[in-house]
Design a protein around this ligand. Structure first.
Ligand code: NAD
Length: 469
């Protein structure tokens, strides 16, 4: 049986450089992660290249069977994986956090294994006959962030494996252990050489995105890094799926019941303590319900315990790293300096160990404040007052990113009309941020391009080929 200790022992670095990883809630050492080099990356890519034809030759049915067995292995090790994720990432075990993420990792692996993908007969009219197939691309590089390290890695490599590609994963330097452990569990089932992890720094990511033997890069992370990857992948014309930063707007229309929506508003913004790509990062509320929404939201927020993730009571945790803590603190300070009203939070306890920033709501803030205009990626929500829906739509659309958005209303049809005018890859009605393995997900504008999940997600990990005749 996998235990927390056996999991850590399985991924302990044996040789070469390694670095200490510590718990962002306590500063305690969690373990050591290898610091791989560009040469290690080259070796992993060569092995993945050699293994790819054999993996592709297994066919969809056999690959799916192995992936489902790998999902069973995750389930069997779920508690040990969640314990490690909590200690390395900081997110609590409970709430929509570590156990939830491990469940999502196995769920998405199963979905990628089980989704049918048929060849499409495009035309068959007696004169022409053309069929569109999706072939393996080759070797896929998967570069991930630190906020949902296990789940996002699966989002990247599961459809790649299903489509007959082999994969080299480059996790964030902040959360390598979680991804090493997850892949170690999966690799107890998959054939050798098919799925690799290389845990280096940014140079390793940069080499992966320019590597002549990598055919596609799946990238999830900041818009700035996404742009660097576009540039460095240009010479080899790699295919790219880019899931980049967001600054999602929520629009609350005048006809809501503030008490009824407060809990969903809260989790829409504060899931994973705000460190979520498609979390609600700015909330626009109609003047007629503004005070009531702020009050109800504050009441819910005050009831959500934040603390060390291994304490079963907590549902909010620390920021994952000091750099992110500093970003959140700076943005809240800019809001305070502008005269905005801090309803709660905004004042971290300097004596407390760990990167804890208290749950913060900022009301009566101008739309042009930095806390509204820049992605905070943490537990601080600006709430902007509006009086005209057209003005709110214009403010929602005023940024150069467009990952998600939400509209909140008692009238679903009216909400859908407003949703259609918002520039975002997904617009939720009366909720925010929920994803589903069969519903395509992706951004517009500088939030990236390409879709993940479902049939569209599988197609993105295949190369189209038309057989005409
Ligand atoms: P980041 O861009 O700093 O790092 C992401 C990964 O890229 C890391 O593994 C890093 O080592 C690697 N990297 C850094 N420089 C590189 C380079 N030049 N070439 C190749 N790889 C390089 O992002 P982060 O801080 O880890 O994540 C937070 C950001 O990610 C936020 O902006 C958030 O909105 C975004 N995000 C988006 C989604 C989505 O689905 N759209 C999901 C999660 C996070």
């Amino acid at each position: 049986m996998t235990t927390y200790d056996s999991l850590l022992a399985d991924i302990a670095p044996d040789a070469g450089e390694s670095r200490e990883i510590s718990n962002p809630a306590t500063g305690e050492v969690v373990g050591r992660a290898p610091v791989h080099t560009v040469d290690d990356l080259d070796a992993a890519v060569a092995t993945a290249r050699a293994a790819q034809p054999g993996w592709a030759a297994l066919g969809h049915a056999k690959r799916s069977e192995l992936m489902l067995a790998a999902a069973d292995a995750i389930d069997a090790s779920a508690e040990a994986l969640a314990q490690l994720l909590t200690r390395e990432q900081g997110k609590p075990l409970n709430g929509p956090n570590a156990r939830f993420e491990v469940g999502g990792a196995s769920g998405w692996l199963r979905a990628a294994a089980s989704t049918p993908l048929e060849a499409e007969t495009v035309i068959d009219d007696g004169e022409s006959h053309a069929v569109l197939h999706y072939r393996p691309i080759g070797v896929v590089g998967a570069i991930g962030p630190w906020n949902w390290p296990m789940m996002i890695s699966v989002w990247q490599f599961a459809p790649a494996l299903r489509m007959g590609n082999t994969v080299v994963v480059k996790p964030s330097e902040y959360t390598p252990l979680s991804v090493l452990a997850l892949v170690s569990v999966i690799n107890s089932v998959l054939p050798e050489g098919v799925l690799h992890v290389v845990t280096g720094d940014r140079e390793v990511g940069a080499r992966l995105s320019s590597h002549p033997d990598i055919d596609k890069v799946m990238f999830t992370g900041s818009t700035a890094t996404g742009k660097a990857i576009i540039r460095s992948s240009a010479d080899t014309v790699k295919r790219l799926t880019l899931e980049l930063g967001g600054n999602d707007a929520g629009l609350v229309l005048p006809d809501v019941d503030p008490a009824a929506i407060a809990q969903d508003l809260f989790w829409g913004a504060f899931i994973n303590t705000g460190q979520t790509c498609a979390a609600m990062k700015r909330l626009y509320v109609h003047d007629s319900v503004y005070d009531a929404v702020v009050d109800e939201l504050a009441a819910v927020a005050a009831s959500m315990p934040m603390g060390v993730g291994t304490d079963e009571n907590n549902v909010l945790g620390p920021l994952q790293n000091k750099a992110q803590f500093d970003i959140v603190a700076r943005l809240v300070e800019s809001a305070k300096a502008s005269g905005a009203r801090v309803v709660m939070g905004g004042n971290p306890d300097a004596e407390q160990p760990g990167y804890f920033y208290p749950t913060t709501l900022v009301a009566d803030i101008d739309n042009d404040n930095d806390l509204v205009q820049h992605e905070q990626f943490g537990p601080a929500l600006p709430i902007i007052r509006y009086s005209d829906v057209d003005e709110a739509v214009a403010m929602a659309n005023g940024l150069d990113v467009g990952l998600g958005a939400s509209v909140w209303s008692g009238d679903r049809d009216a909400a859908r009309d407003v949703a259609a005018r918002i520039e975002a890859g997904t617009v939720w009605i009366n909720s925010h941020g929920g994803v589903h393995p069969m519903i395509p997900f992706g951004g517009v504008k500088q939030s990236g391009y390409g879709l993940e999940f479902g049939v569209e997600g599988l197609k993105a990990l295949g190369v189209p080929q038309v057989i005409n005749g």
